[in-house]
Ligand binder design. Structure first.
Ligand code: PRT
Length: 107
């Protein structure tokens, strides 16, 4: 998922805020409220754990996509953009930091 993909998903999630509750999955989730979104994030995280325990790569990818998607719904509901998360990751690691960490791992 590139930064563009994240921005495209974020734009759709933002648009769903003004949609009728019954018109779509995300609109319905917003209507149910923050606790319902948090519950989905928790459920999807558990599904990632179960997929990893099963050791099925395709299932792990599928479930992580569900988890990322629902964390993006949460960000949107909290009026946050995924760029804020990418900036935080960049702040922590930076490009050179990532290279340095990768080479240290191989020592
Ligand atoms: N990327 C997604 C996406 N990923 C996951 N999901 C939904 O997340 C849910 C995953 O939850 P579960 O695995 O627990 O399945 P479930 O039992 O059906 O879930 P619940 O209905 O019980 O919550 C499923 O209903 C999936 O359809 C998504 N729903 C929508 N999108 C995209 O988001 C955009 C907006 O979606 P709509 O609001 O539906 O238009 C569109 O571009 C969609 O393609």
């Amino acid at each position: 998922m590139t930064q563009n993909t994240l921005s495209e998903v974020a734009a759709v999630l933002e648009a769903r805020k003004s949609a009728a509750p019954d018109s779509s999955y995300v609109a319905k989730l917003y209507h149910k409220g923050t606790d319902a979104i948090l519950k989905k994030v928790g459920e999807e995280a558990t599904e990632v754990v179960m997929a990893a325990k099963d050791g099925e790569p395709d299932k792990i990818v599928y479930e992580v996509a569900d988890l990322w998607f629902h964390t993006m719904v949460l960000l949107a509901e909290q009026n946050l953009h995924p760029d804020a998360v990418l900036e935080e990751l960049q702040r922590r690691f930076g490009t050179s930091g990532l290279v340095e960490k990768a080479s240290r791992k191989n020592d």
